[in-house]
Design a protein around this ligand. Structure first.
Ligand code: C2O
Ligand code: CU
Length: 488
């Protein structure tokens, strides 16, 4: 308003100056008069819908609507998660880390400061960023303690992703370094509300006073570090209680950011369907009884509160029975919604037109995941016979569509994750599930083979590893190269 009124004043002044010339009648200034009614207060620009349950959203300090510029700092923090104070690590003083939000096509600039007592990097899990911005310690010299780094990339697609360190990841993630990334598209369907449900677990000693040492027990080396406290958005899961109104329809973004625990999930008290996965929304949403979500994967689900009452997201946890003789499944609610009665009827969500790549594979490749006993660490976890393979296990031409069979030679399961690319799961090694959509992580059950079709469109050197972070730390970590396109 200020700028406009000074233009108005300037016009008036020049008219008065002209009138001094005595040349005929003064014409009215040809400008709209200022509206005398006080202006409505201007609402702050809200770029994105609210994310219920999530950590604070990173503040975008860049006025350009197509640039998201944020500050991220990793530092030690003392946190009371279950009552006792724990020595943890946090991004911007928040566990989980703050949410990075942007839209497709935005340039994202992250000014990162490492105030941890050890080196670290940040990996943007699932986002097809350039490889040198991907946090791979094979390409990026880890940011030393006290150092800084600027991550910068253009956001290629919408979906639910996450970020976490890729140096001593088994410890740094368990200590709290992980945050959610939400990327939006202008054609995203509109929901009454959106929720982030980041599932995790943490291992605390009996008195809940400290984190037991890492990689120090046989079960941890064999199966990864399973926590004994389930966490939802960084708090003990039983505290994840909220309210909603009957007749509303929500979009839930589910993530599994645990070190090792595969989550088997169902929902009681509401109608739900799966609408998205690692690579974003599905052309055709589907219904299922249960979702198996290994570490690394994401699911987006649409939840319709058709009736009033309790709605629960249930994690079916495998545990030993009291006698210690059998493994039994115990349903544990990890998110609870009290739905208040209302006359509102749920609307039908209009689904956008979407399509996913469906290309025929031109190359076959095989990956073998194997554990071999090791006198020092207990187990050497290997990919194609190599622990921490130093050379890429494959080099593919740019744009290759590859059929990759991934075999698990032992009993413990492996959620296999490929950086920088998407794939489809053709056969998931389970008799009763289907996992449509684009993925970056696939669970390879014990002694099974899964088959994926990978779209190797993002050139560079890409980490490929088991997302059970203990397995990766003990060697189940490799690299796949995708050549740069030949430019004429
Ligand atoms: Cu979340 Cu190398 O990955
Ligand atoms: Cu593994």
């Amino acid at each position: 308003m200020r700028a406009r009124s000074s233009v108005f004043l300037a016009v008036v002044v020049s008219l008065i100056a002209c009138s001094g010339g005595g040349e005929g009648p003064i014409t009215e200034p040809r400008i709209d008069p200022i509206d005398p009614t006080p202006m409505e207060p201007v609402a702050p620009v809200v770029r994105f819908p609210e994310l219920l349950g999530a950590s604070p959203v990173l503040e975008d300090t860049n006025a350009d609507p197509n640039i998201v510029e944020v500050q991220l700092r990793a530092a030690p923090m003392t946190v009371a998660i279950t009552g006792a104070e724990l020595e943890m690590y946090a991004y911007n003083g928040s566990i989980p880390g703050p949410v990075l939000q942007a839209k497709v096509g935005d340039e994202v600039i992250i000014h990162f400061t490492n105030d941890l007592p050890e080196p670290t990097t940040i990996h943007w899990h699932g986002m097809r960023v350039p490889d040198w911005m991907d946090g791979s310690p094979r390409l990026q010299e880890p940011v030393p303690s006290g150092g800084t780094f600027e991550y910068r990339f253009v956001v290629p697609e919408a979906g639910t992703f996450w970020y976490h360190p890729h140096v001593r990841a088994n410890e740094q993630l368990e200590k709290g370094l992980a945050g959610v990334v939400v990327i939006r598209d202008e054609n995203d369907p509109e929901y009454d509300a959106e929720r982030v449900i980041q599932l995790d677990d943490i291992l605390l000693d009996g008195g809940s006073t400290m984190l037991p040492p890492f990689l120090a027990s046989h079960p941890e080396v064999m199966h990864g570090r399973y926590g004994n406290v389930l966490l939802t958005n960084g708090r003990p899961s039983e505290q994840s209680v909220t309210t909603a109104e009957q007749g509303t329809v929500e979009r839930w973004r589910l993530l599994n950011t645990a070190n090792a625990r595969t989550m088997e999930l169902s929902i009681t008290g509401a109608t739900w369907r799966v609408v998205g996965t690692d690579g974003g929304l599905l052309p055709e949403p589907y219904t299922t009884e249960r979702l198996i979500m290994p570490v690394g994967q994401r699911y987006e689900i649409e939840v319709t509160y058709d009736t009033a009452g309790a709605v629960e997201l249930v994690s079916h946890v495998l545990t030993l029975n009291d006698a210690g003789t059998d493994v039994v499944e115990v349903p544990v609610p990890v998110h609870h919604v009290d739905v208040a009665a209302s006359a509102r009827t749920p609307r039908t969500i209009a689904w956008p037109m979407l399509s996913l790549p469906e290309r025929e594979p031109s190359i076959d490749a095989t990956i073998e995941l194997e554990g071999v006993s090791d006198p020092v660490t207990g187990v050497s976890w290997r990919i194609n016979g190599m622990e921490h393979a130093h050379e890429p296990i494959f080099t593919f031409p740019h744009g290759t569509t590859a059929r990759i069979r991934i075999s698990n030679m032992n009993g413990p399961e492996h959620p296999f994750h490929l950086h920088g690319q998407f794939f489809r799961i053709v056969d998931d090694g389970q008799p009763w599930t289907q996992q449509p959509g684009l993925k970056d992580t696939v669970l390879v059950p014990g002694l099974e083979t899964v088959e994926i079709i990978a779209y190797l469109d993002n050139p560079g050197y890409w980490m490929a590893h088991c997302h059970i972070l203990e397995h990766a730390q003990l060697g189940m970590m490799a690299e796949i190269a995708v050549e740069y396109p030949v430019t004429p």
